[in-house]
Design a protein around this ligand. Structure first.
Ligand SMILES: [Cu+2]
Length: 499
């Protein structure tokens, strides 16, 4: 690595010590895109999926020919007309009436990730509908304003379907949030981030090889809203950027290429108790980050990249000495995707126009009730194990019809997720928004981006993470699972029933 490259890496990542621990080939290959050198292809403008309401909405899941970049057609599977689903905007108190029509060549079902809904609206994999079938969702929107999403959830096929585009952003608004005067309209950008391998045959091929069935499936290029490496023109003012990690397996370390901080105002379950100023944050598959990015001090004519900065992968590959580690059957970067922790460009912002900036001042965010974990009626512990091509919770693989845990309606409980495997696991609970109350081992603390309400929490190898939740909305059968879609599809999931 020559000095110029080294400086560029350090400054781009803003985390040179971490970058230096990343495999060199990966860092160089990806960093080439980060340098302010001629870009080897034309960036497509970021397009926002159409915005729709949930009132008498029909989503038709179908294979569609879409352009992922100018002149590059690909077959996507999408619940909308574009490469991913439309952005669904609802308000707390609305009733969602959504018809899913399945014109795909295989069964599917949609899950409303983060929303508390009745059992039959939750998209449990046993509710899949066949090709040509339809499913009717009717549920009241009871959750807070925030950034949620929806995605396919058929067992064994979630990874493949979401990878091809079976996902979209769902935004809830409410009066408490309206009162804050946050950036909106053209100044609010929902971004569904995915990483994919560039399709040679015109389709998005998702076929995890053996080593990928352990660690996960990684693309080599980021897509936002189904567009490959898009570019967005911005003005010198503050934008609200709602990021959804819709990747199969990739942890994103969100950062800006000029090193400037951003403010995190919300995550999975809506607004935080107070904004947090950060220069980076980590988000695993399923997690959301609601950001304020201020371009007010950026010179007109310059570019700022929203990127995933390089970091040392939390996976402990050394302990997976089963010949499935990285290096076997890789055949170069293209074959295996960029490894976990490699730097990756996400969305380019071109600062094109000076305006009088509207600075959004931090002010009190809506009060968030705290949940005292000492009121828990019960504590449960879940071991996450990955070995010998299997991913289990408490030693068992998912069984569609087996109820693994029974929870009493109305109770508060503490659930502890223990990662005994060599891989990070983002653990997602359906039907609740929880508080992260403790992390022991590994990072050893609750990260600043894990305050507030969450439905997905990243558990590194060696960590025990405890969350507290109250099961007080609906009775019925719901899921808890790892949201690494490779792990989930291989059975790292369980049923719990609220009775
Ligand atoms: Cu996992």
């Amino acid at each position: 690595m020559d000095r110029r490259q080294f400086i560029a890496l350090g400054s781009v990542a803003g985390l040179s010590t971490l970058a230096s621990r990343t495999p060199l080939a990966a860092t160089l290959s990806n960093s080439a895109r980060l340098l302010d050198l001629p870009i080897p292809f034309e960036r497509a403008p970021l397009r926002m999926p159409p915005t729709v309401s949930a009132d008498a909405l029909t989503l038709r899941a179908a294979a569609r020919r879409v352009e992922i970049a100018p002149g590059v057609p690909v077959e996507a599977w999408s619940p909308g007309e574009g490469p991913v689903g439309p952005t669904i905007r609802v308000r707390t108190g609305d009733t969602a009436r959504i018809t899913l029509e399945n014109a795909l060549s295989e069964p599917t079902i949609l899950h409303w990730h983060g929303l508390r809904v009745p059992e039959r609206a939750d998209g449990h994999p046993r509710l899949v509908i066949p090709t040509g079938g339809a499913y009717q969702y009717d549920f009241p929107v009871i959750d807070r304003a925030g950034t949620y999403w929806y995605h396919a959830h058929p067992h064994h096929r979630t990874g493949a379907q979401v990878y091809r585009g079976m996902a979209g952003v769902l935004v809830i608004g409410d009066a408490a949030e309206d009162a804050l005067g946050l950036p909106s309209g053209a100044y609010e950008l929902p971004l569904l981030i995915q990483d994919r391998r560039l399709p040679a045959d015109g389709t998005f091929t998702y076929e995890p090889a053996m080593h990928e069935q352990m660690e996960g499936f990684f693309g080599d290029t980021a897509f936002a809203n189904g567009i490959r490496l898009p570019s967005q023109s911005v003005e010198t003012t503050t934008y609200r950027v709602r990021v959804v990690n819709g990747t199969a397996s990739r942890i994103l370390r969100l950062a800006l290429s000029n090193g400037q901080p951003f403010r995190l105002i919300g995550n999975d379950g809506g607004l935080l108790p107070a904004p947090v100023t950060l220069t980076h944050l980590d988000m695993a598959t399923g997690e959301r980050a609601d950001l304020l990015i201020d371009f007010g001090k950026v010179a007109v004519g310059s570019r700022v990249m929203l990127q995933s900065a390089a970091f040392a992968s939390p996976a402990r590959m050394g302990s997976m000495s089963m010949g499935m580690g990285r290096g076997m059957g890789m055949g170069g970067m293209g074959a295996g995707g960029a490894p976990q922790g490699a730097a990756m460009d996400l969305v380019e912002f071109t600062v094109d126009r000076a305006v009088t900036p509207v600075a959004w001042k931090p002010r009190a965010l809506p009060r968030l009730a705290t949940l005292d974990p000492n009121t828990a009626k019960r504590t449960r512990t879940f071991q996450f194990n990955s070995a010998m091509m299997q991913h289990h919770i408490n030693g068992r693989a998912f069984d569609m019809e087996r109820i693994d845990e029974t929870v009493r309606f109305g109770d508060t409980e503490v659930w502890t997720f223990v990662n005994e495997s060599p891989f990070p696991h983002p653990v997602h609970m359906h039907e609740v928004q929880f508080h992260v109350v403790e992390r022991v081992g590994g990072r050893g603390r609750i990260m600043p981006w894990e305050r507030g309400l969450k439905d997905t929490v990243l558990v590194h190898p060696g960590e025990r993470v405890s969350v507290a939740a109250t099961f007080d909305r609906y009775r019925g059968r719901f899921l808890m699972h790892c949201h690494n879609m490779v792990h989930e599809d291989m059975g790292m999931m369980l049923n719990y029933e609220i009775v």
